[in-house]
Design a binder for this molecule. Structure first.
Ligand code: F6R
Length: 609
């Protein structure tokens, strides 16, 4: 949700900033802009559309030569998508330029105050208000003005600010939105995430909330907005360039779907002790006593992560026999939730920055719950705000539509459920058997990926249909929701997911001979019931595409199309059943000619509520 990159050092900033913006483009891509200081004067270029359009504009202008600069790729919140609302924004007096990710909540009252002081605004954004406030408070020290302004604002921000009166200074700050400082040799790269830093240095530190860093070519100084000095911990980035390159794939989403076997093996690595029949989750080690006493789990998340949390609910109840429920982060916080003693809240999030999920976890923690994070991005806000947690280890997810993070989340939640089960009642032998099955999942996903050509053929047959249903039961009801979400978000086809039995309580009225209905009909406790639901759709003219277990010949008699996945224990089936659904959404988007990795209106990492 908006990407920021800033540079100060000995090199020309512009190419480095543009390359950084391209890496961050998945965070927002409706407009982009850059500002540098060149010969003591500010130069700014902004453009609606993709970073490549900004690049073209800069090329036509002969490029910017400064070695200090800030840049931004936007996902609009305040104000429409037009050039006036693009970042960087400037003040109207002191040659200050600023880029911002987040929302300044009290921007309206600040704007009125600044207008009364005679400032004139040229955009509708909250960011321009903050830039103007910094300008209003500026005397002769940019850092001091930034701190003074930030003490006046409420909301969330990651900002990078430059001023033509101080052509050797970059000031960055954060509250609520992520920002990292990459420390190179005589140069610094600041960015919303490590992907824009790693090509230049592997040493970096994340900013904590309310921290401000003043950076010059000679060094940097970190303090809070109230001037308390802070010593940041510089560490090695856990990311290499290969992980963020597209390689031989056409899209990041395709790459991420196909790398699931490999990354899920990494998720499991070192965490399975089959001899002892137990799961080893180092991140939970300090809280094993609290976890033994746990009486209730609340899993909170949004979007795809919510679907994996729903599977987590089934897993915790089914395997660990512990009460579990799932909540949208966005709803939980505003509901006056009841948190009893021995409640564990689990925030499930790829980015670890989703504002709705974060605020729910913090709310539950404040009310006495033990807070765990099931997070992919190392060092993210969720990872830091929770008491303990388990990382997904699936590597950076760049395609906006989440795929490998989903299976990674389900994998971690499966381990968490087995960890709890073993602590509560499960024998080492039973656990070891489950773990053997779990360890086979990456290879089985590799086999499920072999359906790719067949999925493309089936998708081609129905891709012109504008309404789809996705139906499943038990563990695969959330998988059906995920299949529908994937199709919606990248192919813009209307799709609904629901429990298969729910269909006859209303939605069956939609079925006609134009409607594809995708059933997850793997072998399991509810197989016969799903078969009856399939018959109900077929008898009303609907087209049935079934995801079924290899060797099931019966299903081919009732479904028009069958996509086979390897046999597995029911509790592991969502990780396999989702694979053809991910592929289906991918092929539908490609066939419809959409930008798979950057679907319209979306952005990865939704850092506003
Ligand atoms: C869908 C998708 C979103 C995210 C949701 C939560 O493909 O990516 O629905 O799952 O915005 O994001 P995280 O997992 O970063 O909290």
């Amino acid at each position: 949700m908006c990407g920021i990159v800033a540079y100060i050092g000995g090199r020309t900033a512009e190419p480095l900033l543009i390359e950084g913006l391209k890496r961050l483009e998945y965070r927002g891509y409706d407009s982009a802009g850059i500002a540098t200081i060149e010969g003591g004067a500010l130069r700014v270029a902004r453009s609606v559309g993709r970073v490549s359009e900004l690049e073209e504009r800069l090329h036509e202008a002969g490029g910017f030569a400064g070695s200090l600069g800030i840049a931004h790729t936007r996902w609009a919140t305040h104000g429409g998508v037009n050039e006036a609302n693009c970042h960087p924004h400037r003040d109207d007096r002191n040659g200050i330029a600023m880029v911002h990710n987040g929302i300044i909540e009290n921007y309206a009252s600040l704007r009125t105050y600044l207008e009364e002081k005679g400032h004139t605004f040229s955009s509708e954004t909250d960011t321009e208000v903050l830039a103007m406030l910094i300008g209003e408070l500026y005397e002769d020290d940019l850092e001091r003005a930034v701190k003074a302004a930030l003490r006046e604002v409420t909301g969330a921000y990651a900002i990078a600010v430059i001023c033509e009166k101080e052509p050797g200074t970059l000031v960055v700050a954060r509250k609520g939105s992520p920002l990292m400082v990459g420390v190179g040799n005589g140069e610094y790269v600041v960015a919303s995430d490590a992907s824009a830093i790693v090509a230049h240095t592997s040493q970096a530190f994340p900013l904590a909330d309310y921290n401000v860093v003043r950076i010059t070519r000679e060094g940097f100084r970190t303090s809070t907005i109230d001037d308390t000095p802070v010593t940041p911990k510089i560490s090695q980035l856990e990311l290499d360039l290969e992980q963020i390159e597209i390689g031989t794939f056409s899209h990041f989403m395709q790459k991420e779907i196909f790398e699931q076997p490999k990354v899920l093996a990494t998720t499991l690595r070192g965490r399975i002790d089959r001899n002892e029949g137990r799961v080893v989750l180092g991140g939970l080690a300090n809280f094993s006593k609290e976890l033994v006493k746990a009486r209730r789990f609340i899993l909170t998340a949004q979007g795809t992560a919510l679907h994996s949390a729903m599977i987590g609910e089934y897993l915790l109840e089914d395997l660990a026999k512990i009460s579990a429920e799932v909540e949208f982060g966005s709803e939980f916080r505003y509901r006056n939730p009841i948190i009893e003693e021995n409640t564990v809240v689990v925030g499930v999030s790829q980015s670890g920055e989703t504002a709705d999920t974060l605020s729910a976890v913090i709310e539950a923690k404040d009310r006495g719950a033990l807070a765990l994070g099931v997070v992919n991005v190392v060092g993210s806000t969720m990872a830091r705000e929770t008491d303990a947690g388990v990382y997904l280890r699936v590597g950076p997810e760049i395609g906006v539509a989440s795929t490998k993070a989903f299976t990674g989340q389900v994998m971690v939640l499966t381990m968490l459920a087995l960890y709890m089960a073993r602590r509560r009642f499960m024998s080492p032998d039973v656990c070891a058997r489950c773990l053997t099955q779990l360890e086979a999942v990456p290879d089985k996903i590799a086999r499920a990926l072999e359906t790719n050509d067949r999925v493309r053929q089936v998708t081609e047959r129905y891709v012109d249909r504008d309404n789809w249903l996705f139906l499943g039961r038990g563990y695969n009801y959330p998988t059906a929701l995920e299949g529908a979400l994937k199709l919606k978000e990248i192919s813009y086809i209307h799709a609904e997911g629901m429990p298969a039995a729910e269909m006859k309580h209303g939605p069956i009225a939609l079925i006609d001979d134009g409607m594809p209905a995708v059933f997850i009909a793997n072998q399991g406790r509810q197989y016969e019931k799903v078969m009856s639901n399939i018959a109900e759709v077929r008898s009303r003219g609907g087209h049935v595409i079934a995801v079924a277990t290899e060797g099931d010949t019966e299903i081919a008699k009732v479904a028009e199309e069958v996509l086979y996945i390897p046999e597995c224990e029911e509790f592991l089936s969502p990780m396999l059943a989702v694979v053809p659904l991910q592929l289906m959404a991918y092929h539908a988007a490609v066939l419809r000619g959409h930008d798979v990795d950057k679907p319209r209106n979306l952005a990865k990492s939704v850092t506003v509520e």
